[in-house]
Structure formats: C-alpha cells, structure tokens
Design a protein around this ligand. Structure first.
Ligand code: ZN
Length: 270
C-alpha cells in the first residue's frame, strides 16, 4: 500500500494512493491504522491526488537518525568511517510535509544544507531484536530530508539545534508499506536543488543496513510504532562542494527515492 495523510474538510485523513487517485481509508491517525492486523477497508470516497493538501504521513514518536552511514559521505566531509552507527536524535517538532516550507532566521544560521535519506517507520514494539528479525518490525518506508545547519553543527559540538530546528525534518509524502519493499538496500536516492542533481546514491551503499540499525537501536531504546529512523545520507551535500553551497531564499529541494516517490520543499529565510 501507498498511504498518505491529507487535510480533509474537518481534520486529517488517511488515504490509499492508487495512481492519480486517493481512496479515503479513515481519520488521520497513522498509528491506529498500523495497529490493525487486516488491510483497512476502503471507503467509497475517491479524490484526485493532485487536489489534496498532503500532511506529513505521521508525526513520529521519536526520530532516531544516523550520521555518516555512507562511506563516501563520511569522506567528503573529512570524517572517519564509523565502526558502529553514529546515533543522534531529531525533534519530532521539526517535521513538516511535502510542499511545506523549510524556514530559518538568517541571524541563527547561514549554512543550511540538504541530506536526502531513506526513512524507516517502525510498526511494532521492538526491544532487543535480532538483525534477522528486524525487518518484521518495519511498517513502511518514506522519504526524509535531514536538513542541517552546518554552522550550528560545528559550533554546538552536538547536533540538537543543527538538525532539530523547526521545519528541518521534511517527511513524506507517502508511506510505502514494507511488503512492497522487501529489500530496502537496493533503492536509488537522488536529491535535486533548483533542478540540479546534487546527490545520486543507492541505499546499497549504506555502511549499516536497515536491519542492522534496528537491531542496534533496539538494544538502546524501545522502538515504538510510529518511531522513525533516518538512515543517513549519500555523498553530495552542499558543505562538501567546492566552494560550499547552501540553501537560500526560494531554493527548492527535492529528494526522490525509487519506488517511494518525491519529497519537495521550498525555502524561506526570515
Ligand atoms: Zn542525516
């Protein structure tokens, strides 16, 4: 299934995407839908996708993110390739949806960078799961942009502000359920800024696979339905360009992942 959340007449709705159309499944609580064993009933209400205002596919419980999970990206920023996953947290309040605006104050940061990433949505409570069983806990996959204020990232020594500012975690627009992506380690991921390709990688190049990350994280935290894992970004971020490139007023950044879709956001500097 390809699922979206969208603005209904009186609140959020969940819809099943079928080509150009969306079939209403119910109210907008993605966790409620995750808890159901059977495939949800389709209502008779069908709307054209292009007419709907989409919302983030869910508001995550927690967002666990992984730094330097692609060797070439670690190298492009002169970082060592990590020997175990480098884990950090992103604020759920940073989440926005497809078409929403990434915004920041010029007084706060002037080095806002893109990071296209595969996002994993946890569907079942996971605690100390084995890597062999780990993918059984995945509800589905979506697209994330781990927007990063590089100046804050350097100055703060840790990344809470740099990656957690309001609007800095675009997610969506669709969740593709795990049954449709049996192998998450073979997906092309491309980031464009103002129509120019900046990142073009494959999830095959992750250092630590999705199953490895779930097993690793579940030894530290109970993973709950609705938690999200950002799996790291391939090479081609703006800071690594010569000279460095950053997002600015009116920039449009889109992240496309094969089999999932495209996440597009424009930028506003306040
Ligand atoms: Zn990242």
């Amino acid at each position: 299934m390809k699922l979206i959340r969208y603005n209904g007449d009186d609140g959020a709705r969940i819809g099943l995407v079928a080509g150009e159309n969306v079939n209403l499944l119910g109210n907008g609580d993605m966790r409620e839908l995750m808890a159901k064993e059977a495939e949800p009933n389709r209502s008779g209400v069908v709307k054209p996708l292009s007419r709907l205002q989409t919302l983030p596919p869910l508001i995550p419980g927690k967002i666990l993110a992984i730094g330097r999970n692609y060797a070439e990206h670690a190298r492009e920023l002169d970082n060592e390739v990590p020997s175990e996953p480098l884990v950090f947290a992103v604020m759920p309040s940073a989440v926005i949806g497809d078409g929403d605006v990434i915004e920041w104050e010029s007084a706060l940061t002037s080095q806002v960078d893109w990071e296209g990433e595969l996002a994993v949505i946890i569907g079942k409570t996971a605690r100390r799961v084995s890597q062999a069983d780990a993918l059984d806990y995945v509800f589905g996959y979506t697209i994330a942009n781990d927007v990063s204020a590089r100046d804050l990232q350097t100055r703060d020594k840790q990344w809470t502000r740099a990656k957690g500012l309001d609007t800095f975690c675009p997610l969506g627009p669709v969740i593709v359920t795990a049954d449709e992506i049996p192998d998450p380690q073979n997906l092309r991921i491309v980031t464009n800024v103002d129509g120019v390709e900046k990142q073009n990688g494959s999830t095959a190049d992750m250092i630590f696979s999705v199953s490895h990350l779930i097993a690793h994280l579940s030894r530290a935290f109970t993973l709950n339905p609705g938690d999200v894992i950002l799996t790291g970004t391939p090479s081609g971020v703006g800071k690594a360009m010569n000279p460095p490139e950053f997002l600015g007023q009116g920039s449009v950044v889109s992240v496309e992942i094969e089999g999932i879709g495209v996440l597009t956001n424009s930028c506003r500097v306040l």
